[in-house]
Design a protein around this ligand. Structure first.
Ligand SMILES: *[C@@H]1O[C@H](CO)[C@@H](O)[C@H](O)[C@H]1NC(C)=O
Ligand SMILES: *[C@@H]1O[C@H](CO)[C@@H](O)[C@H](O)[C@H]1NC(C)=O
Length: 271
């Protein structure tokens, strides 16, 4: 039977990919800003070129020769020298206006250049962040199909086995059934991937009397379901192995069950 691991999409990777998306968005903004700046530079260059043409010419009377500017409809009929001077004044005015425009654009260039270098600086930082994140994701020392939670590796099976077979499986992977020895761990393992009916073996059993963890440690902080463990209660069945049933509240969802029952299981090991 093909195994279908829910471990494929660990929560922390989802978080990381959220961050990556955010980083990508910020990179996009930086690129957009750069593009905008290029447009402004283009506009400034256009104006500068026009000005350069004006600067390049000797500003003589011949520039104001009406025959040279016959394109200007309003000037074609101008005959007298006084009106020629008027035309030159107009040219001077538009020259001044362009000079002013040029200065304004140069100010804009300065502002945008500063913003661009700031954006480039940020871009560099983001790319470094991105690289660090990717490499830290890659170097999470957990095998494929295992998920990293709080610096340890967890494997949730999709198959079902008895408690002992489940433990054997984990041990063959250099791991053991999960030992839940903190509130944070109990919380982190609760309803993985939002499955409210998740039910799996944990590394706790009482076949030799008291409930003990598979690593030999004593049970100090239990999260029993209300009324449990009852060793079968009225069922007169021996219930010595412990399952975590996520239908129940986060800090009250352990139940003792017959060790021969088959369940999914969870392994845990160091990174
Ligand atoms: C104006 O242009 C015409 C034709 O190009 C030329 O004959 C004339 O001398 C010019 N006048 C001045 C003041 O430069
Ligand atoms: C919890 O259990 C794991 C697995 O046996 C062990 O490596 C870890 O040291 C334990 N942590 C505490 C705080 O007891």
């Amino acid at each position: 039977m093909e195994m279908d691991y829910v471990n494929d999409f660990p929560r922390n990777q989802q978080k990381t990919s959220g961050n990556l998306q955010q980083t990508e968005r910020r990179l996009g903004q930086v690129l957009f800003l750069s593009f905008g700046l290029l447009c402004v530079i283009q506009a400034v260059l256009n104006v500068s070129l026009r000005l350069t043409l004006y600067y390049g010419k000797e500003w003589t009377n011949s520039d104001c020769n009406i025959t040279h500017t016959s394109d200007y409809n309003q000037l074609t009929e101008v005959q007298t020298g006084g009106e020629t001077i008027n035309h030159c004044n107009k040219l001077q005015e538009s020259f001044n206006a362009l000079t002013k425009e040029k200065n304004q654009l140069q100010n804009l260039i300065t502002i945008f250049s500063n913003q661009l270098s700031m954006a480039l600086e940020q871009n560099k930082k983001l790319q470094k962040e991105l690289k660090d994140k990717c490499s830290s994701t890659d170097s999470s020392g957990c095998p494929t199909d295992w998920r990293e939670i709080g610096g340890r590796c967890y494997f949730l099976s999709s198959e079902m086995k008895t408690w002992v077979e489940s433990r054997n499986y984990c041990q063959r992977q250099g791991a053991d059934l999960v030992v839940i020895n903190s509130t944070e761990e109990q919380r982190a393992l609760y309803r993985l991937d939002g499955d409210h009916e998740l039910l799996f073996w944990i590394g706790l059993d009482g076949r030799d009397g008291d409930f003990k963890w598979v690593d030999g440690s004593a049970l100090t902080r239990p999260f029993w379901q209300e009324g449990q463990p009852d060793d079968g209660g009225p069922n007169t069945k021996v219930e010595d192995c412990v399952e975590m049933y996520h239908h129940n509240p986060v800090y009250a969802n352990w139940n003792d069950a017959p060790c021969e029952s088959t369940r999914r299981w969870m392994c845990e090991k160091a990174e």
